[in-house]
Design a protein around this ligand. Structure first.
Ligand code: NOJ
Ligand code: CA
Length: 698
């Protein structure tokens, strides 16, 4: 009891204050004069988030926003260590102080509770809707949650959009967003639905004029739409805007449920943002009793060849008027350049086996690609029927004989109802044919028509796929799904997601040179990303007419295996290019994808990121560093190594004359002796990078 009193200061039944265990953060809650719940967050003695309102409009003209009375308050705290199935570290500390407040509206009798958790690196809070006599089913019309920044922060932002998160990230002050927004929206994306007014996506990375880094996102997005943030560029107030359904409603809820957590991670050291586990900690532990089938995976794939402009196609035939379920594919004329044919897939399997990869992704294996991105059409693909030149049984046998898995591909082109109908048969087909992971895809507009990728209906769909997949012991890598919110803790078979602008864009409108210095602070805050790095031949004109050029140097691509965390990592380039640079390819062969420890050595969003990690269960370490379009010298302090031990570090670095635009393939490889006392200076070319593998000296 004495402990609880220390944690929580009650004042006249309308307010409470609670601090983080380390004392850096202080959360104050109160009901203002209108009976509206408000919170405030202080960091190191100064206001970080000024008074900010909370609440909702719900159906039929009611609100959960004002006239509240405080009926109960409770304090709690936790300090535990848990172990993710796969992750950036084997031990994760979950330490917080909690403040819970129960509210009731006198006029309606409606009840709503709030739960705040203050961690050493920030705050999470959520709404809870207890079972109550008056309210049962209700519709969320609007969520009002505010984040009162009160200052003109620097922001790393994308336009608020309920269907795509594949924009490049813009860097500007909050006050400059309005002037840049029209241009930012002009991106050739498969599906765009802009949020109302001036709004940006989360995870939103911010930096205050005083140098405090703030990241706003959400955790445990379940049965609720994703949130974008309205930008009030006069008062520098951000507020929630939820993805709507076709009627403009946001969420259909039943009491006895909770909202996702709203998260604020903050520090005056940018490295702490990347080191934060706050979002994972706010998600529930996994409820899978057996996770032995969930495994990290390094893979190659019949994939990049579809993007290079070299002619390989997902489609088997160029004939028109093909109809799924009616057309007999064996009678069609093959187009002669179908990528997913048995012999070609065998080449990939051989290469995977020879170089220690776990799996080969095969896109374009199934009937339906002839529709050529017929957006908004139903019944495009079969997920159980292979093209005539893709021999499922033979490839199953061949891959198994080489100890390699084939990764299934389910591009739905967002014909989601159709996918839900086929899903169980598709997973059974996978089990029957030896597949244990699937890459899903949601290019284009959603069917049911009018729904959005980020709306409640689709949020439920993605999780339904993941849970159903678990029944078949299948891992899921979803592309174009809603951005992740740490659900990979609870559902570790959701092994990775794309949900941002990945490497594929290097083959069309391009990625900016600072892209991979920002993503760890934005998209990756929510969970692992299938970025698909490892492009060695960055000049696509070698394949034909594609003029696209990669946004980094060759060793910059190697660095991404360390800086972009994912237990699923692709070596995306063509086999022929890895054969050309076997010495550089060695790093991709060596690098781990699952980790015991992670050390963020240097970080500044938009400028640079340097990370060191220890391989899971091995005395092997890997370091990666990336930068933006300005060359720089990184400092690699090896004090993360065990003291007194000797290691050999193989450094893959930009050549002296390397430059992402003029000379991206110039690199140098050298081996040096290192100990925990070594500090190395590493020069990075413009949009360059370096990678280091560290093994015990024999
Ligand atoms: C978009 C995905 O991000 C990409 O990886 C995939 O190849 C295409 N859709 C086709 O499914
Ligand atoms: Ca994509």
């Amino acid at each position: 009891m004495f402990f609880l009193c220390l944690l929580l200061t009650f004042s006249v039944g309308r307010a409470g204050t609670i601090s983080s265990p380390n004392g850096d953060f202080q959360l104050s809650f109160s009901l203002n004069g209108k009976g509206t719940p408000v919170y405030e967050l202080r960091y190191k003695g100064k206001t970080l988030i000024g008074e900010s309102e909370m609440g909702f409009d719900i159906h039929a003209g009611y609100n959960l926003k004002k006239n509240f009375e405080l009926v109960d308050e409770q304090a709690d705290s936790k300090d535990e260590v848990w172990h993710p199935v796969m992750g950036e570290q084997k031990d994760i500390r979950n330490r917080y102080n909690e403040y819970f407040v129960a509210l009731k509206q006198d006029s309606t009798g409606f009840q709503m509770n709030l739960r705040f958790r203050v961690f050493d690196d920030g705050l999470g809070f959520r709404y809870e809707f207890p079972v109550q006599p008056i309210l049962r089913h209700f519709i969320v019309k609007k969520e009002y949650t505010q984040f009162n920044l009160g200052e003109d922060y620097k922001a790393f932002w994308m336009p608020g959009d309920f269907d795509s998160n594949e924009y490049p990230t813009n860097t500007s002050k909050l006050s400059e967003i309005r002037g840049m927004m029209d241009q930012a929206k002009k991106e050739g994306l498969a599906c765009q639905s802009f949020a109302e007014g001036l709004a940006v996506q989360t995870p939103l990375m911010l930096k205050s004029p005083e140098g405090v880094y703030v990241n706003i996102h959400e955790a445990a997005l379940i049965n609720y739409p994703a949130m974008v943030l309205n930008v009030d560029d006069q008062d520098f107030m951000l507020s929630a805007q939820l993805a709507p359904d076709y009627e403009g409603n946001k969420a259909y809820l039943q009491t006895g449920s909770v909202s996702p957590w709203r998260t604020i991670v903050a520090s005056d050291d940018a490295r702490d943002i990347l080191a934060s586990n706050l979002i994972l900690n706010l998600n529930d532990p996994t409820d899978y009793s057996d996770t032995s089938w969930i495994k990290p995976c390094k893979y190659i794939g019949v994939w990049w060849e579809y993007f290079t402009g070299g002619g390989s196609t997902w489609a088997y035939s160029d004939e028109l008027n093909i109809r799924i379920g009616e057309t007999d594919y064996t009678k069609l004329k093959p187009n002669g350049h179908h990528g997913a044919n048995t012999e070609h897939v065998k080449e990939y399997i051989d290469f995977a086996a020879a170089n220690g990869f776990d799996a080969v992704l095969v896109e374009g294996w199934n009937e339906g690609w002839e529709d050529n991105w017929a957006y908004m059409k139903e019944h495009i693909y079969s997920f159980t029927k292979a093209y005539p030149d893709f021999d499922v049984e033979e490839l199953h046998r061949y891959a198994a004989s080489k100890g390699v898995k084939i990764i299934m591909h389910h591009e739905t082109t967002s014909s989601v109802i159709d996918y839900e109908h086929q899903m169980k048969d598709a997973f059974q087909f996978m089990v029957d044919n030896g597949y244990s992971a699937v890459k899903t895809g949601y290019v284009g507009k959603i069917i049911p028509r009018g729904e959005h990728h980020d709306g409640q209906w689709m949020v439920n769909h993605y999780l339904n796929v993941v849970k159903t997949a678990a029944d078949y012991k299948v891992m899921v890598n979803s592309h174009e799904a809603v951005r992740p919110t740490g659900l990979n803790r609870t559902y570790p078979n959701w092994i990775a997601q794309e949900s941002a602008r990945g490497t594929e864009f290097e083959s069309f409108n391009g990625n900016r040179p600072d892209h991979t210095t920002i993503l760890p602070f934005t998209r990756l805050m929510g969970g692992p990303m299938d970025y698909t790095p490892g492009i060695f031949e960055g000049d696509l004109s070698v394949y034909g007419n594609n003029k696209a050029k990669l946004s980094s140097t060759l060793t910059g691509q190697l660095a991404l295996y360390v800086t972009m965390y994912s237990p699923l990592q692709m070596a995306a380039d063509l086999i022929e290019n890895y054969k050309k640079y076997p010495d550089a390819f060695q790093f991709i062969k060596d690098v781990a994808v699952d980790w015991d420890e992670t050390h963020i050595l240097e970080a500044e969003p938009g400028d640079y990121v340097t990370i060191a990690r220890k391989a899971k269960g091995k005395d092997a370490w890997f370091v990666g560093g990336v930068n933006d379009e300005n060359a720089r010298v990184a400092t690699v302090d090896f004090s993360f190594l065990p003291k007194g031990e000797k290691y050999l570090a193989t450094i893959y670095e930009d050549g002296k004359d390397a430059d992402w635009q003029t000379n991206p393939k110039s690199y140098n490889i050298r081996t040096v002796k290192v100990t925990s006392k070594t500090v190395l200076k590493e020069r990075l070319a413009r949009s360059g990078g370096f990678a280091i593998s560290v093994f015990p000296a024999k």
